[in-house]
Design a protein around this ligand. Structure first.
Ligand SMILES: C[S@@+](CC[C@H](N)C(=O)[O-])C[C@H]1O[C@@H](n2cnc3c(N)ncnc32)[C@H](O)[C@@H]1O
Length: 237
């Protein structure tokens, strides 16, 4: 099925017959061999309805989408050891890099990184399980012809309304203003309330407490280039 950006298969990442292919992405095999904090797509699916088991303890589940190299996920897991942190990342190499950050910061008890496609989250996260949702610099897909690939969409907002607990917050940071506008427009008519919107957070501050944040890899690139990063803060009501 193709619906917005949902045009890939969420679970199968490897046909057993392909293991010996010389052009196989080495990180595909590596991410399957690492074990926790890495979760393969199949392992993530197996935690549907029982995420406490992935961390061997009950705690509020905070989810970051598109974790990249893992600065934010590992940094926030260090700031909030009382929460369970789950990163979602589609690219195999970035999953492996993220796992290294988690290990380096010693947050392997409360952080997991799942190799998974964020367009299919309802297969791994049951309704009402998400206590906090974070999206940092989602891919811009800047051309009009690419608009349907943007994750910040009515489809995403409807999924978030179902997956999030009442009182949970979405925090979006983006260098691409259309992504901020898109999420703000998409929450209209859904059980969400806008709690803050700031353009150029480097100069105007984040809508949320500054100390409760971590600068991401992409964010630091934009700061270095003197380009603005924007933020949207939304509560599930
Ligand atoms: C522009 S990068 C930002 C990375 C990181 N959040 C940061 O701020 O430094 C976007 C990230 O989202 C990931 N991504 C893109 N589409 C995705 C999808 N459908 N599911 C999961 N991750 C995705 C990319 O692989 C990439 O790591």
């Amino acid at each position: 099925m193709t619906q917005f950006g949902r045009n890939t298969v969420p679970f199968a990442d490897l046909d057993p017959d392909e293991v010996t292919r010389p052009d196989l992405n080495p990180y595909l095999l590596l991410h399957r061999q690492l074990g926790p904090p890495v979760l393969t797509a199949e392992e993530a699916k197996a935690y549907l309805g029982r995420w406490d088991a992935a961390f061997a303890r009950p705690a509020p589940l905070h989810v970051e989408i598109g974790s990249g190299n893992g600065f934010f996920l590992s940094g926030m897991a260090a700031k909030h050891p009382e929460r369970n942190w789950l990163g979602i990342e589609i690219r195999f190499k970035r999953v492996v890099l993220c796992a290294k950050k988690i290990k380096a910061l010693g947050v392997g008890d409360n952080a997991r990184i799942a190799r998974y496609d964020a367009w299919w989250l309802e297969h791994i996260l049951e309704p009402g399980v998400v206590a906090g949702l974070y999206v940092n610099h989602p891919d811009p897909w800047a051309k009009d012809s690419e608009a349907k690939k943007r994750l910040m969409s009515p489809f995403f907002a409807a999924w978030a309304a179902s997956a999030m607990q009442v009182g949970a917050m979405i925090r979006l940071k983006s260098d691409h203003l259309p992504n901020i506008d898109a999420l703000q427009a998409a929450i209209e008519g859904l059980p969400f309330a806008l709690r803050g919107r700031v353009e150029d957070i480097e100069h105007n501050g984040t809508p949320w407490p500054a100390e409760d944040d971590v600068i991401t890899n992409y964010q630091s690139k934009f700061i270095k280039r003197g380009l603005p990063v924007h933020a949207l803060w939304v509560e599930r009501i």
